[in-house]
Ligand binder design. Structure first.
Ligand code: UDP
Length: 239
């Protein structure tokens, strides 16, 4: 079975919206359950899987904090929102008998584990799921940057960015009906064309460390498995 997978160790970034309702807001328990089934399939393919979860279904700091001081507080609240999603996801995964560890960048001693790389690598080798929560632990960053950082730290073969759209388009498909889906891009193209798929920090960090990124739609059944198997899906970003 393992022969077929292209990427042995993956870092899967899930936006908070993926766990929200129709408009991507709030907590939809069904979404957690569906996602857990996908994780089960990826594990059965033999991939070592680490997750970074966002918190946009609850709060995004940049939209919330108006003054510099409140921006920092809003970002802290945003990071806590990611921990909230991580805990609910952990519980759902464990209900499916998948051993899961929540590793938080912000210390919450009684509930989460601290980030100790050596421990995380062991968990992954044992095919446990590692959920990185709390982003980078710093304000003014996003969970996309946390995902790139953790992917590089654990030496992941690819970062999958699971979103609610099919990939990167030439323009915003919501406003421009002639916008086209791009199947392959270089890091430089993403940076220069300001395609807005993820923040510049995440893209430049990935470029510097040669981490390939695949942007895909998590709501289309089988997409994440396809990516792990190396089949063409969404938008590939690399050199
Ligand atoms: N956040 C932060 N530092 C980080 C990661 C996240 O301050 O390293 C805060 C920030 O306010 C962000 C919120 O947490 O808006 C939720 O994360 P994000 O917007 O990346 O979630 P997603 O869009 O993936 O759901």
């Amino acid at each position: 079975k393992n022969k077929k997978i292209k990427y042995k160790r993956i870092l899967l970034k899930v936006s908070g919206e993926g766990f929200g309702g129709e408009n991507g807001k709030g907590i939809d328990t069904e979404k957690f359950a569906t996602f857990a089934k996908t994780i089960q399939k990826i594990l059965s393919l033999g991939a070592e899987t680490a997750l970074v979860v966002g918190g946009g279904n609850v709060l995004r700091g940049a939209k919330f904090g108006l003054s510099g001081k409140s921006r920092i507080v809003a970002d802290q609240a945003g990071m806590i929102a990611t921990i909230l999603n991580a805990l609910l996801l952990q519980d759902t995964l464990e209900e499916c008998n998948i051993k899961t560890h929540v590793i938080s960048a912000i210390e919450i001693k009684n509930i989460t584990e601290p980030f100790i790389l050596r421990n995380c690598l062991r968990y992954l080798e044992e095919r446990n799921i590692v959920i990185f929560a709390g982003g980078t632990g710093n304000p003014y960053f996003t969970t996309d940057t946390a995902a790139a950082l953790r992917a590089i730290e654990i030496n992941a073969n690819v970062m999958l960015k699971a979103t609610r759209v099919d990939g990167v388009y030439t323009d915003d498909p919501a406003n421009n009906p002639s916008a086209k889906l791009l199947s392959k891009l270089t890091y430089a193209e993403v940076l220069n064309r300001q395609l807005g798929v993820m923040d510049m920090t995440a893209v430049s960090l990935s470029m510097e460390n040669k981490l390939p990124i695949i942007v895909l739609n998590m709501n289309k059944k089988g997409n994440i498995e396809k990516a792990v198997l190396g089949k063409s899906v969404g938008t590939f970003i690399g050199n």
